[in-house]
Design a protein around this ligand. Structure first.
Ligand SMILES: Nc1ncnc2c1ncn2[C@@H]1O[C@H](COP(=O)(O)OP(=O)(O)OP(=O)(O)O)[C@@H](O)[C@H]1O
Length: 151
């Protein structure tokens, strides 16, 4: 509690806790315990997005569908996996931007609108490009399959 209150900025204008310097000895990059703890926090963020963001769940579903299609059509999954990572990562950043914006500006504000709309725009662009990548990756094998199935 004392550590937390020490990390809080004073005054109502900045309610966000500042980073508290960790105790000496816990900063080693090779500390497995530290890495595991950080991974737990990161996983909590992913779980939060899964539980609260319908778009995140839809994107995970579409990503799994696209990966299954790669496997069924025997095409390289690399571009599809990259697109999945890009879209899901940006959706997580969008969720973070929304949460921060709601914290800092619960009332309507033009700057808050820019923050939310720009973060959503990043997801939109990545999703659009991912659809193009999907068309480029899946069209040739699907066409070949359709042609080979013709009598
Ligand atoms: N505090 C605010 N000030 C100004 N505009 C806002 C504010 N909060 C939301 N908006 C506007 O309303 C839109 C929708 O906001 P909202 O928080 O519902 O985002 P969302 O993308 O619908 O979120 P979710 O993914 O949780 O449904 C934003 O993109 C933004 O244009």
């Amino acid at each position: 509690m004392a550590g937390l209150s020490r990390g809080l900025a004073s005054g109502p204008e900045c309610p966000v806790p500042r980073a508290v310097k960790p105790p000496a000895g816990s900063t080693s990059a090779l500390s497995v315990r530290r890495w595991w703890r950080s991974a737990g926090f990161a996983w909590a963020g992913v779980r939060y997005a899964w539980q609260t963001q319908a778009n995140f769940r839809v994107e995970v579903g579409l990503g799994l569908l696209a990966c299954s299609l790669c496997w069924a059509l025997r095409v390289s999954p690399a571009p599809v996996l990259l697109c999945c990572a890009l879209v899901l990562s940006l959706e997580l950043l969008n969720t973070a931007a929304e949460a921060l914006t709601d914290l800092v500006s619960p009332e309507w504000h033009p700057q808050a609108k820019i923050a939310k709309d720009a973060a959503a725009g990043a997801v939109l662009i990545a999703s659009f490009v991912s659809v193009l990548v999907g068309v480029a990756v899946f069209t040739p094998p699907l066409l070949a399959l359709a042609l080979s199935a013709r009598p």
